[in-house]
Design a protein around this ligand. Structure first.
Ligand SMILES: [Zn+2]
Length: 231
């Protein structure tokens, strides 16, 4: 019994005990979760802060996608980056179709905070952008992913702030780095809630000379598809 428990614990350390999307036993995301996540068509996100260019999401922030994203963000699920980066690529492809522009495209991730990078062991948004750029290049587009924005100051925690407060909190938080945001830019992030972060990222990209075609995210919170308050 005891050795079995030890073996299970070791397996969990090595492989992860169960699918992060549904809890099914086995290493990594199960076939059913991958099928469902990859079978969700990207959509245009509504109910965001005013003045944003089109924002495309690969799926709603709920159920399997929410659990997989949380696992990637909070439990060091680096193995989930290929799957989530593939979903980001789907949203970006839809945005490219929506914009009618052929590129060359520049993917600019919303900058992660040093604390986020330290906690996750990776710049998640930057890593997702790199994976997405590879997928889009494989599909024939001319795409590069560049860390084009830096954080000027650290905004206060967004939790508990409504949309107007978030916009004020984030205004001027990012700046373009050198010439990295020139050309046809698509801003990328993992999750959109109110759009306040994207408003600031788009502003900073434009300040750097970029022509921002829109933004793409892995998931959009449910408040974006209906009436909502802070989120
Ligand atoms: Zn699953």
């Amino acid at each position: 019994m005891r050795s079995k428990a030890v073996a299970a614990g070791l397996a969990e350390l090595v492989l992860g005990a169960c699918c992060p999307g549904c809890g099914a036993p086995g290493p990594g995301t199960c076939a059913e979760c991958r099928r469902q996540l990859n079978g969700t068509p990207p959509f245009i996100v509504g109910n965001l802060a005013a003045g944003l260019p089109p924002v495309l999401a690969a799926g709603p922030y709920a159920d399997r996608l929410r659990r997989v994203l949380l696992a990637a963000k909070e439990r060091g699920g680096l193995g989930l980056i290929p799957l989530l980066g593939g979903r980001l690529a789907a949203a970006l492809a839809a945005l490219a179709l929506e914009s009618g522009r052929a590129g060359p495209l520049v993917l600019v991730p919303v900058p992660s905070t040093p604390a986020q990078v330290a906690a996750r062991g990776v710049d998640l948004t930057g890593a997702l952008a790199q994976v997405a750029a590879r997928r889009l290049r494989a599909a024939g587009l001319t795409v590069s992913a560049r860390r084009g924005l830096a954080q000027v100051r650290r905004p206060q925690d967004q939790a508990g702030l409504d949309r107007a407060q978030r916009l004020v909190n984030l205004a001027g938080a990012f700046r373009p780095i050198g010439n990295r945001v020139r050309g046809q830019v698509m801003v990328v992030d993992d999750i959109v809630t109110t759009g306040a972060t994207l408003v600031e990222a788009v502003r900073a990209c434009r300040a750097g000379g970029g022509e921002v075609l829109g933004a793409a995210v892995v998931a959009a919170t449910l408040r974006t598809v209906g009436p909502g308050t802070a989120g």
